[in-house]
Design a protein around this ligand. Structure first.
Ligand code: BGC
Length: 761
């Protein structure tokens, strides 16, 4: 089945087009280009014409109404860099646009196997003659700075002149929406053009722009490859460059116009030298070869990340879109990470959150471990800034990772639901431990992960204290952002306990391996034994009366907010209620304890999970897109497969159906990872345990089965589940331990395993 997302004969409304800009964006983890129309939109349309480089940012003022000690007054923001998307087309002097009279067969296709986005339509001239115009875009996975647009014009019965104007703007402005806290509120010119050059011999424009504050530069190079009917005419050059190609179009002839853009930044490249060699590299091959390499890259990707359900084609479209979005979004160079909106828009200002570690990393850990390792390396590169951050917060030791950041500086302005979310520390540690268990990659642990786990553990010992025999963690915010700055958030305390116990367990290995960081950080046996004691004494609040885990010390004492009685238009509540009103009630924006039930399932018995789930489900609005997928997974844990399916359906289609009404600002990348989790960890019941991969499958009525591939301990496994049996085979690699339900075996290339599916459990 081909992996495509299509939109045909869609309405040309502003709302629909902004949504499509996001959905049809093209990205490769380094650059991302929104799916804007090359020819632009009518003047009264508000479009976010955007193109981004992962990790390239400027620093903006973040005014605090009261500048208390340690509040950041600057933040990092992703930049809308050079605009090379614009191409205008004129036939006999008439401008060709999708908005023209008589335009028909509007069509968009995102081809996730070829790695291209196509837009086409049939245009009619005033005389009634028709042409088909199509635009094919690609951001190359094999040459990360490369973005191409191929314009094809086919005449049905048009004969006359053609003129193509291709523009190159070296800077662009960020999008603003003062009424939405998830968007930037004020416009600023972050980039200014330092140099514009047009090289006549090479027919190449090069613009270098510099940021106002962060001292970064962005260089874009643009050149064209055109079919023989076109000739270069006028070139205009000031801050921008605009080139015109003229020619004649006749019936039976296809005009092909290719615009190559290269995006380079000073964090990764030498802008004096590298641009020229990239241009040479691109010119060495025809576009078709770049297309072919793209397809080969994705062929490998889909083999490694293969995932499909049987009996629900629509769902497969959103599953494919989710996985494709993840590979489009992930920084793969250790310098960058995965922004909450990937590279599809400016929502959350391009910041990296805990979303990466808890929601997206598992996908990479199990399908593309080399990318997961780079995401860990990224956290290592900002460890020093995390140490500085901890000092600002008054901690004498350890590191506290920023809640929102691009290059390490804390960029969250509202600390109760920002900086106070200390759990990002244990989330990062959790993802490192899971990565290690899934891959056995000791090298990554010794070079990056181990030091992060030690430094974040030190922070916990400094942030917490003993209250009698209990180790407590006060004044922190858990994942639920409708309950802020509390004592003993259950999720946080449990994750910290997990992290400390793991450090104790890994310590002998670190010693045996003579890990450099042990010396560097002067880790002592006493320190490790302090972690052991704190973990053993960790306080985990529980209500005897209600027989459930308490989200924190005071949560269960508050009145319940009857969310079912609130008007529909009040959601998301964060846009309609003062934060304090929400904090004073039992109401949850997203999975909090329920997330703990998933990540730390071994710490609970099923009855306790059931009671907690029933209680917290009634209080949760799912105003965050990070919620439904987790409720789906835990519904599976307690055996309510049909409920799991309902949540899963909801979460898997958030962007495709724009159900949160803000996909126009960018995809919900964490939810895309959550969709993967929902299938693989939810319905297939996969868990990465210390000495075995575990599967406990459950299938909803609607599906006849599902199948997927994972990489475990370097071996590639293929898992097919249907209502008769579970079949696990190994495609490559050495034997591994596998547990299905409660039976354990060694799986090897020679010995695959079929086990009957259990209907009732
Ligand atoms: C959620 C956070 C999340 C952030 C970015 C917020 O709405 O509450 O948990 O990290 O979005 O996705």
């Amino acid at each position: 089945m081909s992996k495509q997302m299509t939109r045909r004969d869609f309405a040309l409304t502003n709302e629909e087009l902004r949504l499509q800009e996001t959905l049809f964006h093209t990205a490769n983890g380094y650059i991302g280009v929104r799916g804007n129309f090359e020819e632009g939109y009518p003047e009264d349309f508000v479009s976010s014409r955007g193109q981004y480089i992962n990790g390239v940012f400027d620093i903006a003022d973040m005014k605090q109404a009261e500048q208390l000690y340690g509040f950041p007054n600057k933040k990092e923001v992703i930049l809308n860099v050079a605009d090379t998307q614009t191409i205008r087309l004129y036939l006999d002097g008439e401008e060709v646009t999708a908005f023209g009279q008589g335009v028909r067969e509007l069509n968009r296709v995102l081809d996730m196997e070829k790695g291209t986005a196509l837009r086409s339509f049939i245009w009619k001239s005033q005389k009634g003659e028709e042409v088909t115009v199509s635009y094919r875009r690609m951001t190359s996975f094999t040459l990360l700075p490369l973005f191409t647009i191929e314009v094809t014009i086919i005449s049905h019965d048009f004969e006359g002149s053609v003129s193509i104007v291709s523009e190159h703007h070296g800077s662009a402005q960020n999008f603003v929406n003062p009424n939405d806290p998830r968007m930037a509120a004020e416009a600023e010119d972050y980039l200014s053009v330092a140099e514009t050059r047009y090289d006549e011999e090479q027919q190449l424009s090069k613009i270098t722009a510099v940021t106002k504050t962060s001292e970064l530069s962005v260089q874009t190079l643009v050149f064209h490859d055109v079919s023989s009917q076109l000739e270069l005419g006028l070139v205009e050059e000031d801050e921008s460059v605009s080139v015109v190609y003229d020619g004649q179009l006749t019936v039976g002839v296809t005009i092909d116009f290719v615009k190559y853009s290269l995006f380079l930044d000073s964090r990764r490249y030498d802008l004096e030298k590298d641009g020229g060699s990239f241009v040479e590299t691109v010119r060495q091959k025809p576009l078709n070869q770049w297309y072919q390499e793209q397809e080969e890259y994705l062929d490998k990707f889909w083999r490694q990340a293969e995932l499909s359900v049987v009996g629900d084609p629509l769902l497969n479209e959103s599953l494919n879109y989710s996985l494709y979005s993840l590979i489009q979004s992930a920084g793969k160079d250790g310098i960058s990470n995965i922004a909450a909106k990937g590279l599809s828009g400016e929502g959350y200002e391009g910041h990296y959150f805990w979303d990466t570690e808890i929601y997206m990393m598992p996908f990479f850990t199990l399908t593309y471990p080399e990318i997961a390792a780079k995401l860990i390396e990224f956290r290592y590169t900002i460890l020093e800034k995390a140490r500085e951050n901890a000092r600002i917060l008054g901690h004498k030791q350890g590191a506290l990772f920023p809640w929102r950041t691009i290059s390490g500086a804390e960029s969250s302005g509202y600390y109760p639901s920002g900086t106070a979310q200390y759990h990002i520390n244990s989330d990062i540690a959790y993802s490192i431990i899971q990565y290690y268990q899934a891959t056995g990659d000791l090298d990554c642990l010794l070079r990056f992960g181990g030091e992060i786990v030690v430094e974040t553990s030190r922070l916990w010992l400094d942030a917490g204290h003993y209250e009698g025999k209990r180790f407590v963690l006060n004044c922190m915010t858990g994942p639920d952002e409708y309950t802020c700055v509390v004592n003993n958030n259950y999720y946080t305390n449990l994750s910290v306990q997990y992290q400390l116990n793991w450090l104790v367990k890994l310590y002998p290995l670190f010693k045996e391996q003579k890990a450099d960081f042990l010396d560097k950080l002067q880790v002592t046996d006493q320190e490790i034994s302090d972690y052991e004691s704190a973990a053993a004494a960790m306080y985990l609040p529980y209500s005897e009366e209600k027989q459930i885990h308490a989200q924190d010390d005071s949560f269960l004492e508050k009145p319940v907010l009857p969310i079912n009685e609130l008007p529909k238009q009040d959601f998301p509540l964060l846009l309609h209620y003062h934060p304090l009103y929400l904090y004073r009630h039992q109401v949850c924006k997203q999975a909090d304890i329920v997330l703990a039930y998933f990540l730390h399932d071994e710490a609970f018995d099923t009855e306790a999970i059931q009671r907690g789930y029933d209680y917290y489900e009634k209080l949760t609005t799912h105003d965050s897109s990070l919620s439904s997928c987790i409720f789906s997974i835990v519904a599976n844990q307690i055996g309510d497969v049909e409920k799991a399916y309902r949540y899963f359906e909801e979460s898997s289609k958030i962007d495709i159906t724009n159900s949160h009404h803000n996909t126009q600002d960018g995809i919900h990348a964490a939810n895309m990872g959550g969709t993967y989790l929902g299938l693989v960890f939810g319905f297939a019941g996969l868990r990465i345990r210390e000495d075995s991969l575990v599967l406990t499958p459950r299938l909803p009525q609607k599906w006849t089965g599902c199948h997927f591939s994972v990489n475990y301990q370097g071996s590639q496994l293929h898992i097919v589940i249907n209502k008769e049996e579970i079949h696990v085979s190994m495609e490559t690699g050495a034997p591994v331990n596998l547990t299905v339900y409660d039976e354990r075996r060694i799986l090897s290339q020679e010995n695959d395993w079929k086990i009957p599916y259990r209907k009732e459990r």
